[in-house]
Ligand binder design. Structure first.
Ligand SMILES: [Fe+2]
Ligand SMILES: [Fe+2]
Length: 354
C-alpha cells in the first residue's frame, strides 16, 4: 500500500468515525485538554503483543486475555531455539480492527537488537503490515534496538512510515548514580533520517498513530504526589536538570463497549496522571486495561501504596504492570487487585475483544 493510500484511508476513517481533536493549553508540566477533547473511535478488537519485557517465563499458562508464548507453542520445535529474550526494556506490537479494517503499529523497541529482533521473528511480527511507529520517550530501554531493527527490515517497511514521538525525544538523557552522572545515551535525529524511509512526526497534542489508536500528547499532571525522579536528568541549555518528561506519551485505544486500553512506556509522568489524562482526553471514564512500565521500582512504600490505591479506584478490568514497575509494586498490585491483575511475561499476546 502506498503512502498516499494510507493517508487517504486514514482521513476517510477519521471522517467516518468522527475522530478529531481540539487543541488544548500547555501548562507547566503538561497539556490541559477540555474533557472529551478527542472523539476517539471505537475499535472492535485490539491485540497487544509485548515483544520484550524485563521478565520471561516459558512455562506460564494462558490466563484470561493473556495468550502466552512458551514451551509447546510450536510443537516439535527445538526448545533451545524458541526461547524468548527478556531485558531491561520494553517493546509492543499493536494490532487493531476499526470498522472491519485491520491496522498495526509498533510502540517502543527494547535495547538489545539481537534479542529483540529474534523475538520479533519468533512472534511472527508482520513488518509489511506495520503502518506507523511510536516512541514513548527518549530513554534507551525504549529505543536502543530501534535503528538496527529498522535497518534490518528496510525492505519490509513502507516508504515514508511515520515515527510519532514527543518533544525532546532526541535529547541526551542522564542518570545521577551514587558514583557520578551516567549518560543514558541519545537517539539522534540524523540517524533516523539517514534510514531514508522514516518520516519523523514530533507532536504535542493527542494524535492518531493509526486509525483508532491515539498517542496522548503531553500528559497533564494532576496528582499531587507523582513528581518524578530527581535522579533522572536531561540536558537543557547546556545544563543537566531534572527531567520532567514533558514529551513522554502513552497509547490510548477505545474498545467498543469495554472502555479505554492504556499502554505506557515508563510512566515517568506518573501512571495515575496518565490514566486520568486518557480519561479526560477522551471523555470516557471506563478503563478496560492499563499496561506497561509504571516506574515504581525503588519507590518508597507509601508512594507505591498511594499509586495502587488510585489505580484501584479507577477500577480497570485488567492491570498489567510490566518493565520498570518493579517486583515490590507488581506484588502489591497482585495482592490488592487479584481479579484484575495479570503478570506479564515477554511474548504474551493480549487479545481484547468486544
Ligand atoms: Fe523504561
Ligand atoms: Fe524511562
Amino acid at each position: 500500500m502506498t503512502k498516499e493510500m494510507n493517508r487517504r484511508e486514514f482521513l476517510k476513517a477519521s471522517a467516518a468515525t468522527g475522530a478529531m481533536v481540539l487543541a488544548g493549553d500547555m501548562v507547566k508540566g503538561g497539556m490541559r485538554l477540555a474533557y472529551g477533547a478527542v472523539k476517539i473511535p471505537e475499535v472492535e478488537k485490539a491485540m497487544v503483543t509485548v515483544i520484550t519485557d524485563n521478565y520471561y517465563d516459558a512455562l506460564k499458562q494462558h490466563y484470561k486475555v493473556a495468550k502466552r508464548y512458551g514451551m509447546g507453542i510450536k510443537p516439535g520445535a527445538d526448545p533451545y531455539k524458541i526461547n524468548l529474550h527478556a531485558e531491561h526494556g520494553l517493546s509492543y506490537h499493536v494490532e487493531t480492527v476499526l470498522s472491519g479494517n485491520p491496522h498495526s503499529f509498533l510502540f517502543d523497541y527494547g535495547v538489545d537488537f539481537q534479542g529483540v529482533s529474534r523475538n520479533m521473528e519468533l512472534l511472527n511480527i508482520d513488518f509489511r503490515a506495520v503502518e506507523a511507529l511510536g516512541l514513548s520517550h527518549g530513554h534507551f530501554d525504549h529505543w536502543g534496538a530501534f535503528l538496527e531493527i529498522l535497518k534490518s527490515k528496510k525492505e519490509e517497511f513502507r516508504k515514508g512510515t511515520p515515527l510519532y514521538m514527543g518533544e525532546e525525544g532526541f535529547v541526551e538523557r542522564f542518570a545521577q548514580m551514587p558514583g557520578g552522572v551516567l549518560s543514558l545515551g541519545q537517539l539522534k535525529r540524523e540517524d533516523v533520517e539517514r534510514l531514508g524511509f522514516i518520516k519523523i512526526v514530533e507532536i504535542k497534542d493527542p494524535t492518531p498513530i493509526v486509525p483508532g489508536a491515539y498517542l496522548t500528547g503531553s500528559i497533564e499532571r494532576v496528582t499531587e504526589y507523582e513528581k518524578g525522579s530527581p535522579y533522572l536528568l536531561i540536558e537543557r541549555g547546556g545544563k543537566l536538570v531534572p527531567d520532567n518528561f514533558i514529551g513522554e506519551y502513552a497509547v490510548v485505544l477505545n474498545l467498543k463497549g469495554k472502555g479505554l486500553i492504556v499502554l505506557v512506556g515508563c510512566a515517568h509522568p506518573g501512571i495515575v496522571n496518565i490514566v486520568k489524562h486518557a480519561q479526560k482526553m477522551t471523555g470516557i471514564d471506563k478503563v478496560h486495561a492499563v499496561m506497561g512500565g509504571f516506574h515504581l521500582t525503588g519507590a518508597k512504600p507509601e508512594f507505591i501504596q498511594r499509586t495502587v490505591a488510585d489505580i484501584k479506584a479507577i477500577n480497570p478490568d485488567y492491570i498489567v504492570p510490566t518493565h520498570c514497575t518493579g517486583y515490590e509494586a507488581i506484588t502489591i498490585f497482585e495482592r490488592e487487585m487479584p481479579g484484575q491483575f495479570i503478570l506479564n511475561t515477554a511474548g504474551t499476546r493480549y487479545l481484547f475483544t468486544v
